[in-house]
Design a protein around this ligand. Structure first.
Ligand code: SF4
Length: 164
């Protein structure tokens, strides 16, 4: 008999994203849910035996409930966050430290011009790289991803920050 039990889910904090990458499904308009909705979803996941969640979107840092969700569930779930790296701040990182397992950050370019071509005119690559560097310096587990390969993303990050 196969064990089909789910242990890990990607949990969309919002379908909205502040970048408008051509190739993406993310919505340009926000649809807001009450925090109570997030509470009931999180509790339902735990009841169903889920132990790991990846908070994603859209852009999870665009959700006003992201930090409250982490605060509410980090004792009960292993949490990671996937972000485009443009809205998170050092203040967010300080709050998330010791609460989440990993940050996955999309790094598609190491200069602004290329970032705007590959992603959208809203894309601020310097901000993404600064956020990534801060996360590494604060000892977060950071997984860089790219429209290319992870090896490429790692090389881009190393060459820009001299780290990793
Ligand atoms: S950053 Fe990611 S979620 Fe946002 S529009 Fe681009 S591909 Fe979609």
């Amino acid at each position: 008999m196969t064990n089909n039990k789910l242990h890990y889910v990607c949990w969309y904090m919002t379908y909205y994203c502040n970048l408008n990458c051509e190739y993406c499904y993310a919505f340009k308009k926000r649809k807001n849910f009450d925090f109570e909705k997030f509470l009931s979803v999180g509790n339902e996941l735990i009841e169903q035996g889920i132990r790991k969640v990846n908070l994603t979107g859209g852009e999870p840092f665009a959700s006003k409930h992201l930090l409250n969700v982490v605060s509410e569930f980090y004792h009960k779930l292993d949490i990671s966050i996937t972000t485009n790296g443009t809205l998170g701040t050092v203040k967010h990182l300080s709050f998330l430290k010791d609460k989440i397992e990993r940050l996955t950050i999309s790094i598609d370019a190491i200069n602004n011009d290329l970032g705007k071509i590959l992603r959208s005119s809203n894309c601020d690559t310097n901000k993404i790289l600064d956020f990534t560097k801060s996360a590494i310096l604060m000892d977060f587990g950071v997984l860089p991803t790219t429209a290319g390969s992870q090896k490429q993303a790692g090389m881009q990050l190393r060459s820009h920050t001299g780290m990793m």
